[in-house]
Ligand binder design. Structure first.
Ligand code: ADP
Ligand code: ASP
Ligand code: MG
Length: 407
């Protein structure tokens, strides 16, 4: 008998029919003899709707009340899922994050899990009942309700699987697994059978929404394999696992698009020690999450520095850069929101030359101009114009033959 932690995303519990389908799936698992613990997200777009409401009544968004509000979405969902289970004569109990033993720090809207002590969940399992746990929430060291952040339910599931010593952590969603690229963008995107934690982390770091990045970090740290799969077809999905459990690494596993960032350029800054330090310290102090950074070679003792930031941090970053720019004697600060980043990810590129050359040749042949480049041992990213992103993803997906390769 296996103990399974199964997490259901917003779409997977989006309406009454979907909730009944989840209950039915639990019945099938229990008939096979497995024990099931569920982690549930807020229904459909409920979290977005709660955030919209908060924006309509408040401009200050006090953290404590925001978390009280947002976590209500998951609380509603767990009660409904439990009721659907009861209807099938399956004994089940719902638990808020606090009741399930999730202790967090005090950072509202983005709390970090400090410990999970799932005593009540364990008692429920031992009594042969289904525990239904609210995702993305906990109680802080100062006894307030906290929200773990967007996508936090994936992290709840992984942390709970680890704390319970579960046999499997399954993340059910509206696609049948992790794909070679966003299936909404490329029709021939293909489901990957297995992918390493390192590759999955790189993908999520550059824009892949599934699974949430923090959940992959926690899964890797504690060696919890993830199974990303469909709550619609119930077919086997993608296993995210340690690299040594993958027989042969694909050279390129995925192409990831990201249109969530903007580019800032500080031009005409003096080329002397300490200038970059000053600019980026000031940005860090404002919590602007800077990513790709490029500094041009200097001409006549001045240079340009460009970097990317999440679009929601852009306004802040511009204020900081303009203030800093005048302090260090920069000529201008400009921003471009119409950019996108396209990334090629694959653990096999460590031992195979030519992946970068193919990427640049492919973009060149499609007449797509590269504005910035950054790399890690298993990733190459290019910043391009946003209008070119779909074409870039399509031609790169073809160039690396991702719709046909098998891995
Ligand atoms: P959930 O709400 O179930 O937690 P999300 O809605 O956050 O999940 O993420 C699932 C979505 O991610 C899918 O509908 C899919 O369109 C999108 N997606 C983008 N890139 C990929 C990819 N490489 N593999 C799988 N899904 C992807
Ligand atoms: N409902 C929250 C969100 O949409 C948390 C989660 O489900 O992961 O981000
Ligand atoms: Mg979703």
């Amino acid at each position: 008998m296996a103990l399974l932690v199964q997490k259901f995303g917003g779409t997977s519990v989006g309406d009454a029919d979907r909730i009944r389908a989840v209950a039915d799936h639990v019945r099938r698992c229990r008939r096979r003899g497995d024990s099931v613990v569920l982690v549930v997200s807020a229904m459909g777009k409920e979290t977005d709707e709660l955030l919209r409401l908060a924006g309509a009544v408040s401009s200050t968004h006090p953290g404590r009340e925001m978390d009280m509000l947002i976590t209500a979405g998951e609380r509603k969902a767990i009660a409904l899922v439990c009721m659907a289970l009861h209807d099938l004569d399956i004994p089940a109990d719902s638990f808020t994050g606090s009741q399930a033993g999730f202790l967090t720090d005090t950072t509202h809207r983005n709390a970090k899990i400090l410990d999970v002590i799932p005593e009540r969940v364990r008692e429920t399992i031992d009594a042969g009942r289904v525990a239904v746990v609210a995702g993305a929430q906990g109680v802080s060291t100062d006894r307030n309700v906290t929200f773990l952040g967007r996508g936090g339910s994936d992290t709840t599931a992984v942390a709970l699987a680890k704390a319970l010593g579960a046999d499997s952590c399954e993340l059910y969603t509206d696609v049948s697994g992790v794909f070679t690229t966003d299936p909404r963008m490329v029709d021939s995107a293909r489901k990957v059978q297995r992918i390493s934690f390192d590759e999955m982390l790189e993908m999520t770091a550059v824009g892949c929404p599934k699974p949430a990045m923090r959940s992959v970090e926690v899964a890797q740290r504690f060696g919890v394999p993830l199974h990303v799969r469909s709550a619609f077809t119930w077919e086997p999905g993608t296993l995210v696992t340690k690299e040594d459990q993958i027989m042969e690494q694909a050279i390129v596993s995925a192409i990831t698009p990201d249109t969530s960032e903007a580019k800032v350029t500080v031009s005409g800054v003096p080329d002397r020690p300490g200038v970059a330090a000053q600019v980026f310290r000031a940005l860090a102090d404002e919590a602007a999450n800077v990513d790709m950074i490029v500094q041009n070679t200097s001409a006549d003792g001045v240079t340009d520095i460009s970097f990317t930031v999440p679009r929601e941090d852009l306004a802040n970053a511009l204020v900081v850069c303009k203030a800093m720019g005048s302090e260090v004697g920069a000529v201008a600060v400009t921003a471009d929101e119409s950019i996108a980043r396209v990334s090629v990810i694959g653990a096999g590129m460590k031992s195979n030359p030519g992946v970068a050359a193919t990427m640049f040749e492919t973009l060149a042949a499609a007449e797509i101009n590269i504005q910035m480049i950054s790399t890690s041992p298993i990733r190459i990213s290019c910043v391009i114009a946003e209008r070119d992103i779909e074409r870039a993803v399509q031609v790169l997906h073809d160039a690396y033959e991702l719709s046909t390769s098998t891995h």
